[in-house]
Design a protein around this ligand. Structure first.
Ligand code: FNR
Length: 193
């Protein structure tokens, strides 16, 4: 069947620029015929990781929900803010909880990382920091990352990017990522025969 891709913004804010970027990426992915599963971080509400809570109750429902959504899809896209040049605690906490289940769903999945920030750098340092735990967990993180600078002014009414050159670059990044995932999945199918 068609490729299934989970897309979510990593900010809890209702007016999140990363949620807008996640929606735009989701629309572009579904335009290629792939199936998109668009999620929001507040669907994965969970307490701070605590080994005692885990020992007593196992994983919280928000972490299990994220695990299920990752497992149901072939690949995932995270649109994450950058906090103090790094990964927001909310996202790192979610990765930490989900990493506690076996089999661990980040392993061997392809991921694309994008960010939106009001700064001129676009949150790109946060994405480099996010690569570290994901690659540690075995995720194949797409080399090309897209960081949207000046994000509060960047979106047109229809949700696309006002700057056509940037919009073009985002489209190309998304299609490059999907081609890689598709090629890899075909290869895996051939290998299994
Ligand atoms: C920020 N912000 C920020 N932006 C940035 O480009 N580099 C940074 O290091 C930081 N650091 C930072 C720390 C903390 C604690 C907060 C709350 C914010 C600003 C951030 O990019 C901005 O709030 C975005 O709007 C957050 O993304 P959402 O919520 O709009 O998706």
């Amino acid at each position: 069947g068609p490729l299934r891709v989970l897309v979510f913004g990593a900010s809890l804010r209702a007016g999140s620029a990363n949620a807008r970027l996640a929606s735009l990426v989701a629309r572009q992915i579904s335009d290629t015929g792939a199936t998109v599963d668009l999620a929001a971080m507040h669907e994965f509400d969970m307490p701070l990781y605590d080994g005692d809570v885990e020992a007593a109750h196992g994983l919280p429902s928000g972490a299990l929900a994220l695990r299920d959504r990752l497992e149901r899809n072939d690949a995932f896209v995270i649109s994450s803010p950058e906090y103090n040049a790094s990964v927001p605690g909310v996202l790192k906490n979610a990765v930490d909880w989900v990493s506690r289940v076996q089999p661990q769903p980040f392993k061997t999945k392809h991921a694309m990382l994008v960010s939106a920030s009001p700064s001129l750098v676009g949150g790109n340092r946060g994405l480099w920091a996010l690569r570290v735990p994901l690659e540690h967990l075995g995720t194949r993180v797409y080399p090309d990352m897209f960081s949207l600078a000046n994000c509060y002014q960047a979106f047109a009414e229809d949700g696309t990017l006002k700057d056509s050159g940037l919009q073009q670059r985002l489209t190309e990044t998304v299609s490059g990522f999907l081609s890689l995932v598709e090629a890899d999945m075909r290869y895996v199918c051939l290998e299994r025969r």
